[in-house]
Design a protein around this ligand. Sequence first.
Ligand SMILES: [Zn+2]
Length: 380
Amino acid sequence: MDIHIRVPEPLVAASNGRLREVEPHAYGTRTYHWHLSNPINVYNVALNIASYRIIEGSLKSVAGDTFPIQFFVLPEDYEKGVVLFEEIKDHLRFYEDILGPYPFRADKYGVAQTPHLGMEHQTIIAYGAGFSNTAMTRGNDLGFDALHHHELAHEWWGNLVTNADWSDMWLHEGFGSYMQPLYRERLSGVDSYKEAMMQQRRGIANRKALSPDSTLSSQEIYAGHDIYSKGSWLLHTLRYLVGDDLFFDILRRQAYPDPAMESVIDGSQVRFGTTTDFISLAEGIADQDLGWFFDVYARQPHLPQLDVIRDGSTATLRWDVPGTDLPFSMPLDIDIDGRRQRVDMQNGIATVDVGEASEILIDPDNWILREGNLKQSESN
Ligand SMILES: [Zn+2]
């Protein structure tokens, strides 16, 4: 796509792709010519026009090539922009490390300051957080600019891999929302990660299926389908179920199904994805059936609950998915008087010898999305 925008000086027109030229005209006007070499979702085409100053740099990709970075800031915010620019580069390094190369290296990575909060416009992210870490997180400071971090996630989850239908929208927003706790884990450790997950847990409503097995409109999917926090928690629980090695392999292969695609920059690296595709990919990498997992978490709204019945020295644990007869075989950690063990829940049930234990904690680290996470985190 070629985008030509003529503006009066000193206005600057920031848009998608790479700047080909700025053509001067009479009467103090000039034309910005942007050229986008990769495919784009139409909602990502954006014009940002202001008296911007431009902070520029570049990053060497894990793929080996180097791509330009441009941050268009308002003149009065230039100093803050210089500081945030270094953080922006660290966000990029983090994503490249876990998901593979920044997908649009043939064009650029760009950020433009905007009056609205944010949007994942490909190669020209809208940034309206006002240099505040808490603009997107209801006052919780995660220790970094969460709004920029979230919008940047969409260059992989949304712009590289685009949902085929609105019912698959959690592939953008759930995956995008899971990246902020992961980055927090890298900056400050696993306890910080869990704290960030519990903040997201409070926002899950469970009124409608995360990804119903039918097509939806955009209005429908945003009305109560939990595509942000529940999608993020689904990934959190999947990580527990399959373990870190397989989980991070699943994430990276969801971005680039074939490792050879990580070096492609001509536009053929982008693709459409469905929830069903993701289930197949995860099952293939984990080498196990995960249909029961996604049936419960993605295809219907009710959370599983664990019933615990103590009878003398034994405890019987049983999963139940209210309102359904869906099987649920999620293993879980329990602490019996401070001793940790992982209980296999074949067919959703297990009997555990607890002796004279006075204290039994179920899933003490809150890995499993279920009824009771919030109660437990309060009592902990
Ligand atoms: Zn988003």
